[in-house]
Design a protein around this ligand. Structure first.
Ligand code: 3SL
Length: 240
């Protein structure tokens, strides 16, 4: 297994895909996806654009769907939910399909949706995703950060480092690029205070300004969910 890290979809090699892509958007899309599935959502269907989300979700029975839209950190007007994982409570999620569009995370998913295997990772389900990689041993793995509007995200990098660090404990793998080494070093430096790192990150500060303290605290917690969101058809993620 050879593991690469790309900080944003824009930095991935063009016209290329890995055997397994692991999309990361700690704040907050992949934390929300894992939480929604853990709490009973039938699936999460991700869309880059809000208009596509509206068009596709219209065909789904109203009683079985929830629309979640986020732009710039805020809930999109007229949607059932924004992108807070803490809104994904079991009563609301049970049996529903969550139609989700966010600023960066769902765009990152779109970039790799044609890969043979697509999963999502966040700090909250880091161990489950790592065990999945160690078990399935894909030949090439991309850890793909979502970033923010084409730029670097500290919180996605530390999560990639957390996966890469734990993976090294359970199997040997080849390091595909320098980004993996840097991410592991970042995780080693901050593993004792991930909450503080997330609060210092630029998107963490943006969310703090939007009263997102509780979300950040939740998203900074390692290994609390034991599931891997896996793509079953393009853009549609289910619980593994
Ligand atoms: O960019 C994204 O995809 C979102 O996760 C951003 S936010 O945390 O909902 O603001």
């Amino acid at each position: 297994m050879e593991v690469f890290l790309y900080h944003t979809p824009e930095l991935t090699p063009p016209d290329s895909l890995p055997d397994c892509a692991v999309v990361i958007d700690v704040l907050r899309a992949t934390s929300t996806i894992a939480t929604a599935l853990e709490n009973g959502a039938e699936a999460v269907q991700a869309f880059g654009s809000l208009s596509d989300l509206m068009a596709h979700s219209e065909a789904w029975p109203e009683s079985l769907r929830l629309r979640a839209g986020e732009r710039g950190g805020a809930k999109v007007e007229g949607y059932d939910l924004g992108n807070s994982p803490l809104d994904c409570d079991p009563q609301l999620m049970a049996g529903k399909r969550l139609f989700l569009s966010t600023t960066n995370g769902t765009r990152a998913l779109q970039r790799v949706e044609a890969a043979p295997q697509v999963a999502t990772a966040a700090l909250i389900n880091r161990r489950a995703v790592t065990e999945f990689l160690a078990l399935t041993q894909p030949k090439t793995v991309w850890l793909l950060g979502s970033g923010w509007e084409g730029g670097y995200s500290l919180e996605d990098t530390v999560c990639a480092g957390a996966v890469a660090e734990l993976l090294a404990e359970s199997c040997s793998y080849q390091i595909g690029n320098d980004e993996v080494i840097a991410a592991r070093a970042l995780f080693r430096q901050w593993q004792g205070d991930l909450l503080e790192l997330l609060k210092q990150a630029s998107h963490g500060r943006r969310l703090l300004g939007l009263n997102g303290d509780a979300d950040i605290e939740y998203c900074a917690t390692l290994d609390i969910l034991n599931l891997v969101p896996i793509q079953k058809s393009p853009g549609v993620l289910i619980k593994k």
